[in-house]
Design a protein around this ligand. Structure first.
Ligand code: PLP
Length: 471
């Protein structure tokens, strides 16, 4: 038998290999459960991957939220928690980190992102208001609606096309926004809700040119501009890579420049900021700061802890600094891209270009024979779990929920399954296992009929809805 010469991943692509800028100091064992046990677990979970027990999961790609591996510096910081009720020194570290890296004047901590969404929505939105933004996010839109507002999507059309290779599919369509402002009047728009990157569009970025133009437009009409900065460090990587004039600019500087065109931001620190829990709301305007730091006392805790322990605020402060390092971000997005490239090479439809935090499988193109009423993406996530114990998440008609006016399903153009990659957690070998399982499910696509919903909760139904197989 001829001797086979093995090749490293880099060599297979005709380049030198790269590796993560860290080594592993502690491990958490995981195990795979067999097919009959996976069938039982999925049935018990009502075919909803959110309802699976984590110990029944082999590789957990449900979310990148709070699933990050913290560094030794962050764990050491946890030991320096100042658990004072008021004025904890960790609060001041976190405030300094937000000021230094995001550039905003004031910061109010919250227990996680939706705590900050709640505060900004209650502080600024009046019943009947309109909030334009670059595609909805589930919790963001719900808080805007609960405050009496209506979210209006003004993202570029390319964002709704999973095959479009536009480099900044997260951009706001300024024409659509201006037409909306002219139609409803600037007085009805408390702020523009800009997210970088755009989660529901596949982790797609917003360009620096777009936020600059947006600032000019908002100023012309006297409208504020607030940012969902949850994955803004990842967004900054794409600007460095794709936008003219930024190739030599460090991610930290790009992040700060981008934020400088906005009036403030809300943050789920559980993503970019590399922690397991936490969030914040930051702003330049004194009036919003006063309202938010008063409201936070009602809903989260005193304005110097906002529902977080001192140790958790310390971990956020250190995580912010680590998250903007170019090496970290190259490895983070490089790993997501590695998985995406395997799948596209094998002809499996995914959202392109690959975004920052996840691979989004295009369930519409994988199961063209399954109607949207039979929940193709929910079905695909269930099939993937059955095949290998890999947990993913539906981002389609179930996540979109119902129209509060008509009560009908909202039918989003995108019907996706998200394979979300936690930061600093899995290896390249895990990505290979994931890719092979997706391929096995794809090859079996003709044998799948879809699901029906058998239980639907009132709010954010994707978290708790239950399903059963059709036929
Ligand atoms: C873009 C975006 N905004 C806001 C949130 C809400 O944050 P949290 O889950 O910390 O409440 C998330 C969480 O997934 C998110 O992805």
């Amino acid at each position: 038998m001829p001797h086979r010469i093995h090749k490293t991943m880099g060599q297979q692509s005709g380049r030198r290999s790269w590796a993560e800028p860290w080594k592993i100091k502690m491990v958490e064992p995981i195990k795979m459960i067999d097919h009959p046990a996976r069938e039982k677990a999925l049935d018990a979970a009502g075919y909803n991957t959110f309802l699976l027990r984590s110990e029944d999961v082999y590789i957990d790609l449900l979310t990148d939220s709070g699933t990050n591996a913290m560094s030794d510096r962050q764990w050491a910081g946890m030991m320096l928690g100042d658990e004072a009720y008021a004025g904890s020194r960790n609060f001041y570290h976190m405030e300094e980190a937000v000021q230094k890296y995001y550039g905003y004047k004031h910061m109010v901590p919250t227990h996680q992102g939706r705590g900050a969404e709640h505060l900004i929505s209650q502080a600024l939105i009046k019943p009947g208001d309109i909030i334009p933004g670059n595609m909805y996010f589930t919790t963001t839109r719900l808080h805007q609606e609960l405050a009496g507002g209506t979210f209006v999507d003004v993202i570029v059309d390319e964002a709704h096309d999973p095959a479009s290779l536009h480099p900044f599919k997260g951009n706001i369509d300024l024409g659509k926004l201006e037409a909306l402002i002219e139609r409803v009047g600037a007085g009805k728009i408390p702020y523009v809700s800009l997210a970088g990157t755009v989660n529901m569009a596949g982790g797609q970025p917003v360009s620096m040119a777009n936020v600059k133009d947006l600032r000019v437009l908002c100023d012309r009409y006297g409208i504020r501009l607030y940012l969902d900065a949850t994955r803004m460090a990842e967004n900054s990587f794409f600007i460095q890579e794709r936008e003219d004039g930024y190739q030599q600019t460090p991610i930290a500087a790009i992040l700060k420049e981008f934020c400088s065109y906005t009036d403030g931001a809300w943050m789920s620190a559980k993503k970019d900021n590399l922690v397991n829990i936490g969030g914040w709301l930051a702003m330049n305007h004194q009036d919003l700061y006063e309202k938010a730091s008063n409201l936070v006392v009602v809903y989260e805790g005193l304005h110097t802890y906002g529902g977080m322990a001192g140790r958790d605020m310390e971990a956020v402060a250190i995580g912010i600094e680590e998250s903007v390092q170019d090496d970290h971000m190259r490895a983070r997005i490089g790993q997501v891209r590695y998985l995406g490239e395997l799948l596209t090479d094998w002809g499996i439809p995914i959202v392109e270009p690959v975004g920052g935090h996840a691979i989004f499988l295009d369930a519409r193109r994988i199961y063209p024979h399954v109607a949207q009423d039979a929940f193709p993406a929910q079905t695909l996530a269930a099939q993937l779990y059955l095949d290998s114990g890999i947990r993913s998440m539906e981002r389609g008609v179930v996540s979109a929920g119902r129209d509060p006016e008509t009560g009908d399903h909202r039918y989003p153009k995108l019907e996706l399954v998200r394979l979300t990659i936690p930061r600093r957690v899995y290896t390249q070998a895990h990505m290979d296992v994931v890719a092979e399982s997706v391929k096995a499910v794809y090859d079996d696509r003709h044998n799948v009929k879809g699901l029906r919903m058998v239980y639907e909760p009132a709010y954010l139904r994707f978290f708790q809805a239950r399903f059963a197989p059709i036929g």
